[in-house]
Design a protein around this ligand. Sequence first.
Ligand SMILES: NC(=O)c1ccc[n+]([C@@H]2O[C@H](COP(=O)([O-])OP(=O)(O)OC[C@H]3O[C@@H](n4cnc5c(N)ncnc54)[C@H](OP(=O)(O)O)[C@@H]3O)[C@@H](O)[C@H]2O)c1
Length: 253
Amino acid sequence: MKDALGSVQTILVLGGASELGAAIAARLAGPRRATVLLAGRDREKLAGAADRIRAAGAGRVELVDFDATNTSDHEKFVSELPEMAGDIDVAILAFGLLGDQEVDENGGDGAVQVAATNYVGAVSVGLPLARLLRQQGHGTLVVLSSVAGERVRRANFIYGSSKAGLDGFAQGLGDSLAGTGARVLIVRPGFVHTKMTAGRPAVPFSTTPDAVAEATVRGLAHDQDIVWVPPVLRLVMAIARHLPRAVFRKLPA
Ligand SMILES: NC(=O)c1ccc[n+]([C@@H]2O[C@H](COP(=O)([O-])OP(=O)(O)OC[C@H]3O[C@@H](n4cnc5c(N)ncnc54)[C@H](OP(=O)(O)O)[C@@H]3O)[C@@H](O)[C@H]2O)c1
């Protein structure tokens, strides 16, 4: 099939059982019968995501072991990709932990797990992946950031700060790849109905995995640097970002 993304043949999803990662992979791989590598830590959950992606029309779906917090394995993991799958056209950083702010700020290792997964894990695997794409001379790293990192709120500052760090890292990484043929696409969704947010009250501008997938594929097709889902959040957050702290602090959680 020939389209703006006609050359996409191989897609890697890190955090392969992520609902958003799987939705993006399905939308991207289906029409192109592309190969998808789902990398994650739970084979059973990965197999469920694989079934959905195959049903969407993907050519081949492989499961690979990957843990975002096992940072000492990441260089090796990335170095084995070419033999496993050839060139990677799109790599999606979809792993993440929301944590429980109220519990985590009062002790235990939850806060560190959130930071270690969302920020440290992404830095650890993002750098060798970017080097791989640079060597290939093509390919896009899709980073699932969040509006939560655009202006960090008291109500979820552990998760929000991890996403702020991730987003800044992704911006700089994208700049470092300029002119190499490789790219970074940052996706900043608001509240999405997935298992990560299950049971939490929805907020205004809530959206769905399908909408995030559609916006991401459109962003890839148009070589965009940043995608907001839904797009109105770009405006909302531009205002929120400039509110005085004393006002921002009083906004409903
Ligand atoms: N849902 C939202 O409202 C929303 C909004 C903005 C941004 N995001 C971001 O979008 C990404 C995907 O979220 P989602 O909604 O699709 O959530 P999800 O379905 O809960 O997926 C998150 C995935 O991350 C994986 N993961 C967690 N820790 C890991 C680790 N150490 N190593 C490997 N994988 C690990 C989980 O794997 P297991 O299956 O093994 O637990 C899970 O499959 C996340 O980065 C999230 O922060 C989500």
